[in-house]
Ligand binder design. Structure first.
Ligand code: ATP
Ligand code: MG
Length: 206
């Protein structure tokens, strides 16, 4: 029997309950052995003010402590060049033998898949799972998934889960204006943000 491992990539700037909830749903529904969270590296030219990779990695590490099946990889953060999901998947295939990978994203990310680096190759290396997220209708997502399948083949599916209207953007905005982020993310992450004075200035709006 092949091991089944979920990969959840993202900037995690910061990680929040939406990420953790979706990962746990995928874990249970697909009976995965584990889920690896892979924070992206720092982009070469920072377009926005945001927490650097050391902080983002630290917050992800703290957030996964409460789930024994959640792990973290610093593979993309340690990568000096721009990291593509394709390279990440290739690396994981080298590291884990006899394993089927489930690449878990939100529905906003699957829509963007045609713009990824070599989507066809990415889809050969994983089962692609798009978890429902507010903002895009299920009909629209299904339409998009059909289009992408026709273009690139592969195994892409929609995972319908209770939708949580939580985003890192919203959290950064709230922190910058002194609003509460309680219950939108793990308490330890909230404390970390306060202690390190992250997201004090809003880099998302001019
Ligand atoms: P930002 O607002 O900065 O873009 P984000 O909340 O979208 O942050 P990301 O780090 O960009 O978080 O997302 C990583 C992955 O998690 C993406 O595939 C995204 O679609 C998914 N995701 C994030 N939040 C949710 C959510 N509330 N429900 C479902 N999927 C989510
Ligand atoms: Mg996002």
């Amino acid at each position: 029997m092949k091991r089944k491992v979920g990969i959840m990539g993202g900037s995690f700037d910061p990680i929040h309950t939406g990420h953790l909830f979706v990962a746990n749903e995928a874990l249970n529904i697909y009976k995965l052995d584990e889920i690896i969270f892979v924070p992206t590296g720092d982009p070469p030219h920072k377009a926005k003010l945001r927490a650097d990779s050391v902080h983002r990695l630290f917050m992800v590490n703290m957030a996964v402590l409460s789930n024994e099946k959640f792990r973290v990889s610093d593979l993309e953060i340690e990568c000096k060049d721009k990291s593509y999901s394709l390279n990440t998947l290739r690396e994981f295939h080298k590291l884990y033998e006899n394993t089927e990978f489930y690449f878990i994203t939100g529905t906003d990310a699957v829509i963007d898949l045609p713009n990824w680096h070599k989507p066809e190759e990415v889809l050969k290396l994983c089962r692609f799972v798009a978890a429902s997220r507010p903002g895009i209708s299920i009909e629209k997502v299904n339409e998009k998934i059909d289009e992408i399948r026709k273009m690139f083949g592969g195994n892409i599916e929609l995972l319908q889960v209770p939708m949580l209207q939580i985003s890192s953007t919203e959290i950064r905005e709230r922190v910058s204006r002194g609003g509460s982020v309680k219950y939108l993310l793990p308490e330890c992450v909230e404390q970390y943000i306060i202690k390190n004075e992250l997201y004090q200035r809003n880099g998302d709006t001019p």
